[in-house]
Design a protein around this ligand. Structure first.
Ligand code: B12
Length: 212
């Protein structure tokens, strides 16, 4: 019998080696990869998200836990059936044009992955047309835009306008975030959601797709 708690605990400690071993063990016992992800990896990552939200832990701990999660996911990804991967909601994220900051964006991406989304990360300095192209290719439910500079917040507005002008106008939800971004700014440019941090981003995303 697989012990999901042990997987979660190792993930919370950031013990990538143990997470990988326990995941391999669970696979050998014939447990479905989706179940290991939900009850072992995602369960652990939710604890991390909560602690991060309450300022009980900081960015380095989250990154270490995320590395442990990836160690487990690395074992499971090749085993996921097409239907299991297809079923996951897609979250597309990128840092907007002119902006090279990616630490916060990466955290949001990891938390989303930890919450069960299939994440497509476009990286940094992403122009509006590239976002639209990527929406066409990956069919996300939600698009996340990150900006860390007051000067690049306008690129967020441009990206939103490009999405609204495309055929995906009513098909994707757009969330915005980054240190200078506020709920007021999100409302002003017509974004569907805003979150001040990565764990709140998960809550908002779930609400946007009606899963919470
Ligand atoms: C690290 C850093 C850099 C690194 C970036 C490395 C990297 N790989 O990201 C480097 C050195 C490259 C850099 C460069 C510059 N930087 Co800089 N940088 C920072 C710094 C110190 C930390 C940013 C960070 O990573 N924070 C930690 C993360 C975890 O927080 P976060 O990004 O806010 O993300 C959280 C939330 O905002 C939210 N979130 C983030 N994205 C998203 C997206 C969505 C969809 C959602 C829902 C939520 C969300 O969730 C995250 C996790 O909780 C900040 C200072 C600060 N206090 O913010 C300055 C800062 C952002 N930089 C600044 C500046 C000016 C620059 C430069 C112009 C400096 C220069 N003169 O060259 C260049 C610009 C380069 C460019 N074109 O982008 C200024 C911006 C001022 C302003 N008002 O615009 C700041 C505020 C520093 C300052 N006080 O002057 N920088």
């Amino acid at each position: 019998m697989a012990d999901f708690t042990k997987i979660s605990e190792a993930l919370i400690k950031g013990d990538a080696k143990t997470v990988k071993e326990l995941t391999e063990q669970a696979v050998a016992e014939g447990i479905a990869p989706g179940e290991i992800i939900q009850q072992g990896l995602i369960a652990g990552m939710s604890v991390i998200a909560e602690r991060f939200k309450k300022n009980e832990i900081y960015v380095p701990e989250v990154l270490i836990a995320a590395r442990a999660m990836h160690a487990g996911l690395g074992v499971l990804k090749p085993l996921l059936t097409e239907s299991e991967t297809e079923a996951a909601e897609v979250f597309l994220i990128g840092t907007v044009k002119g902006d090279l900051h990616d630490i916060g964006k990466n955290l949001v991406a990891m938390m989303m992955e930890g919450a069960g989304f299939r994440v497509v990360d476009l990286g940094v300095d992403v122009p509006p047309e590239k976002f639209v192209e990527a929406i066409r290719e990956h069919k996300p439910s939600i698009v996340g835009l990150s900006a860390l500079l007051t000067t690049t917040m306008v690129a967020m507005k441009d990206t939103l306008e490009a999405i609204k002008a495309s055929e995906f106008k009513d098909k994707v939800k757009v969330m915005v975030g980054g240190a200078p971004v506020t709920q007021n700014y999100a409302d002003e440019i017509g974004a569907d959601g805003y979150a001040p941090d990565a764990s709140t981003a998960v809550d908002v995303a779930k609400k946007l797709i009606g899963a919470a």
